[in-house]
Design a protein around this ligand. Structure first.
Ligand SMILES: [Zn+2]
Length: 61
């Protein structure tokens, strides 16, 4: 569990909260934005690993 900044009041809000407990700002779009970044990071790591595997196989053959 991590704390993220509310866009409405700039207060600390849990990343699992759907709305800000301070001002009631909807956090759902920020939650999606945060996870979207993580998804791209995971995709990048998987792609980099895949390329590394291909290079290793190419090196061994
Ligand atoms: Zn807020």
């Amino acid at each position: 569990m991590a704390l993220i900044k509310c866009e409405g009041c700039n207060g600390d809000v849990s990343d699992t909260a759907q709305t800000c407990p301070h001002c009631g700002h909807n956090m759902q779009h920020q939650f999606i934005k945060n996870n979207f970044g993580k998804t791209w990071a995971a995709l990048f790591i998987i792609t980099a690993f895949g390329i590394l595997m291909v290079l290793m196989i190419w090196w061994l053959v």
